[in-house]
Design a protein around this ligand. Sequence first.
Ligand code: HEC
Length: 449
Amino acid sequence: MKHFVGLLAMGTVALAATTPKSSVTFNKDVLPILQKNCQVCHRPGEVGPMAFLTYDGTRPWAKAMKEAVLTKKMPPWFADPQYGHYANDRRLSDPDIKTLVAWVDAGAPEGDPKDKPAPVHFNDGWNIKPDVVFEVAKPYTVPASGTVDYTYFVIPTGFTKDTWVIDGEVRPGNRSVVHHATMYLRPPGSQWMKDAKPGEAYVPPPNQRGGRQFEANAKAGPKEDMRNEWFMGYVPGLFPQSYFDPTHQAAKLIPAGSDIVIEMHYTPSGKGAEDQTKVGLVLAKGLPKKRLVNLNVLDASFDIPPNDPNYAGHASATLAQPVTLIYSQPHMHMRGKDMIMKLEYPTGESETLVSVPHYNYLWQNLYFEDKPIEVPKGTKVDISCHWDNSINNPLNPDPSKSIRWGPQSFDEMLVGFVGVIVDRDVNPETLLIRAKPGSKAEVATAAVN
Ligand code: HEC
């Protein structure tokens, strides 16, 4: 009994020691956390639906915030913490979660205005400081309803020399109708989208790459030009791409004379809207030592049965040369359920690059390694995933359909992207030995390069 009393007394002491917690205020304790972790999305013009810049703007959300940080719904982050260490890990620290919760529990007080940190300066619009900006020539009108086929805009770069890029950002003109925007490079001589007129919106014929029935065409087996490279993109939740890695002095190459091809996925919002998307680039000063290449490991041969809640997919490819791996990115569409990307070393050991146990198509993310991984030649990149084609998947537009590879979000994909650094002069086409050379999987590679 005495012991019990002692414990109680200790409890009281502990409580007394934490009383200052109730003096947690917005200005002193909470605003710095929001500045560091939330305002990047929760400010006007960004993806978060409400702004957390001021007390008045934040106060109505206090309860929802507590819930969102306790359940780890916010900040959005999808990698299983068991694996990997990522430079761009967005998760809140435990002390920060405790502070937010204590503030809400104390009635969300504002506190002394003198405690307020200086506001964070965000560049208006751009998150980078671009040296060059390319813009779609004129506004494009997105209809109020219906499905808009993927729409492409070709913009000649006018670069007469090889140009090296260290940072890039795709800025949609109108986020209410832009589901995603992808920038590809089209090197001189490529026949891809050859009928597109610069400055004009272009929808390829259904059986060509980018067209609605490209998948059907891919099976017939024509070789696509593999050099059309994915360069960067905008999807909700993806930050501007930073390619520069100070340790390796790497940058991304735009070959002289290339065109930019912007792929727009528009989702009508109920009212007509105009969009004019821009691409900004920060150029390398001088010649970089190394080149950053975006490789994709994929399989396009799957056929997901109707109503299957857990259909498995698999893809792999082997590295023909040593590389330095800096990021990985799982990619599926609306039926994506989970994905694990692994390295299997020639020694037989394996390492998980990233595991996303609850994949969410609405949140595409690149997982940047905290410390780049030196990957020896002969290492296999191995990808396994599941799709949920059942009615229980809230994003599933139609569980009664069997689903194959295709470009629209209601088609599916199975791709693991890896960002690798190689010597400047390495030909990227020689880097991967694909599991099914010459198969439709290889052909389809072009569709997401
Ligand atoms: C990468 C962008 C991003 C970051 C960073 C982010 N949010 Fe959000 N947040 C969103 C988006 C988009 C939504 C609306 C869609 C959704 O709920 O998933 C949202 C919704 C919310 C909601 C409403 C949740 C609900 O259930 O309705 C709260 C509360 C919230 N965020 C709090 C925070 C807090 C607190 C932080 C920082 C600790 C934060 N968010 C960081 C993008 C972000």
